[in-house]
Design a protein around this ligand. Structure first.
Ligand SMILES: C[S@@+](CC[C@H](N)C(=O)[O-])C[C@H]1O[C@@H](n2cnc3c(N)ncnc32)[C@H](O)[C@@H]1O
Length: 196
């Protein structure tokens, strides 16, 4: 999968990695920062998503589309699209530029608006990457959980660096007998829920 990354996709990824590093320290307000995952986490998500069972691949929180590119590699391998949800119009424009420049737009559908409103009609989901505002994790989990197919995965970012912020979702998942859960110490910590 990663071996098939084109030079144009690698170039856009490198550009976004630099921008993300820069905006963490240059005083850019939080709402404008990219706040993206790192490369190892992207590779990890890609491998999980490509091996997920049949169903929709979705992402909640696109930002500039860095994590989406990694999921698009899995989507391309599976001959489907990843659906990614983003609420901020400026981030949507940046993400559209990312998908075009990386040459992966045919494997991505970007859905604008609040996931909690626009995601309700989704078909069975096989893989969900959850990376929006932390107080939204628990309601997003409640929306996605019943739509996950058997062996489907929900992966939530920031399970270590923002544990307290996403604890309501972690507690809900751990108490839910439909799921096996664990935290993987990669990047900011990925909390993985597998539908049994
Ligand atoms: C941490 S960033 C996502 C980073 C991205 N996944 C990456 O690694 O490249 C969170 C994003 O979620 C978006 N967001 C916040 N609330 C949302 C909602 N209710 N629906 C859709 N997107 C939302 C924000 O605008 C922001 O761009």
């Amino acid at each position: 999968m990663f071996r098939k990354l084109s030079s144009q996709a690698l170039k856009r990824m490198a550009y976004l990695e630099e921008l993300d590093q820069q905006d963490r320290t240059d005083g850019t307000p939080r709402s404008r920062r990219l706040r993206q995952i790192n490369r190892a986490t992207g590779e990890f998500l890609s491998i999980l998503a490509v091996n997920a069972p049949t169903g929709e691949l979705i992402e909640i929180g696109t930002s500039a589309g860095y994590s989406t590119l990694w999921l698009a590699l899995a989507a391309r391998e599976r001959q489907q699209k990843v659906k990614t949800f983003e609420i901020d119009p400026e981030k949507i424009a940046l993400a559209q530029e990312t998908f075009h420049l990386a040459g992966l737009e045919e494997y991505i559908e970007i859905i604008s608006g609040n996931f909690l409103q626009s995601g309700v009609s989704l078909a069975p989901i096989s893989f969900c990457f959850l990376d929006a505002e932390k107080e939204l994790y628990e309601p997003c989990f409640q929306l996605v959980a019943p739509k996950l197919v058997t062996s489907g995965l929900l992966v939530a970012d920031n399970a270590i660096d923002q544990y307290e912020g996403i604890k309501p979702m972690i507690d809900a998942a751990l108490a839910d007998e439909r799921f096996d859960c664990l935290t993987v110490p990669i990047g900011n910590g990925e909390f993985i829920c597998r539908r049994t």
